[in-house]
Every structure is written in structure tokens, then in C-alpha cells.
Design a protein around this ligand. Structure first.
Ligand code: TYD
Length: 136
């Protein structure tokens, strides 16, 4: 099932007395070449983000600072993942509906994406997404 492909990736953390360092190489530490990076920040308390699925796009979501939840739904099952470490990434496969909520103050959500922004790749209507998800 699609949702089982959405796993936590544990990036390397290099720790020394000067602090921590984590690195991410496209195609090596995430399962796609990174073509776009975007981030959500200054998210007001109680706000929900996302609320869509992608036809082809694959993403990795990282809590660079603070914390938030990602709710995943592949049309059959749902799971809620809490992200609060900058060395952990949540891989989100295509055809998975996602919503982000429960943002802490100061949270920064960074997303690594396999493709450029393309509105045609989105399902923003949950019913249309469900219809498409059931026939794949
Ligand atoms: P939207 O997809 O609604 O954000 P969320 O992740 O909360 O669902 O995007 C908000 C606006 O930003 C929308 O007008 C599309 C635009 N946008 C871009 O232009 N490029 C991007 O890479 C992204 C992610 C969004």
C-alpha cells in the first residue's frame, strides 16, 4: 500500500563540540533527485497546511525547527506522524493525501521535492483523489 512506502528516513548526524551537522544528497539519502526545495514558516497556531495529493511528485518533509504533525492518507488507511528532529525526514510517495497541523511556535517545515512546481500534478479535491487512488 502507498502509505507503507511513506517511511521515516534517518539522516546522518555528525556531532562534535561545535554542534550537529546533517547532510542530504539527492538520489542517495532521499530516493529521488531533488529539483525543488520549499519551506513553511511563521505558521500561525492552529493553522492547517497541505490538504492535497500529488499524481507523480515525491517529497521528503523535515522539521528543521520546532515540530508539527503530518497526516497521511492513501485512500485506504490514515496515519499521523509527529516530526520534531531535523535529522529525520518523512518520505511521502505520490498519490498520498497529506495535511500538516499541530505546528509549534517557530516551526520550520522544509520540503524536498522530486519536481518543479506544477499545479497540474495536484489533486486538491479529496473526492477526485479518492476516485483516482482506488483505480490504481
Ligand atoms: P499550497 O500548495 O496551497 O501550500 P500547502 O503546502 O499548504 O498546500 O501553496 C500555496 C501557494 O504557493 C499556492 O498559490 C501555490 C504556491 N506555490 C508555488 O508557487 N510554488 C511551490 O513550490 C509551492 C509549494 C507552492
Amino acid at each position: 500500500m502507498r502509505i507503507d512506502k511513506c517511511v521515516i528516513i534517518n539522516f546522518t548526524k555528525i556531532n562534535d563540540r561545535r554542534g550537529n551537522l546533517t547532510f542530504i544528497e539527492g538520489g542517495r539519502h532521499v530516493p529521488f533527485d531533488i529539483r525543488r526545495v520549499f519551506f513553511l514558516y511563521d505558521v500561525p497556531g492552529g493553522a492547517k497546511r497541505g490538504g492535497h495529493a500529488h499524481k507523480k511528485l515525491k517529497q521528503v518533509v523535515i522539521a528543521m525547527s520546532g515540530s508539527f504533525d503530518v497526516v497521511l492518507d492513501d485512500g485506504r488507511r490514515e496515519k499521523r506522524v509527529h516530526l520534531n528532529r531535523s535529522y529525520l525526514g518523512l518520505y511521502i510517495d505520490s498519490m498520498v493525501w497529506r495535511t500538516m497541523d499541530n505546528f509549534s511556535s517557530g516551526a520550520v517545515c522544509m520540503v524536498l521535492a522530486s519536481g518543479f512546481y506544477d499545479e497540474a500534478d495536484y489533486y486538491r479535491d479529496y473526492k477526485k483523489f479518492l476516485k483516482a487512488a482506488k483505480i490504481r
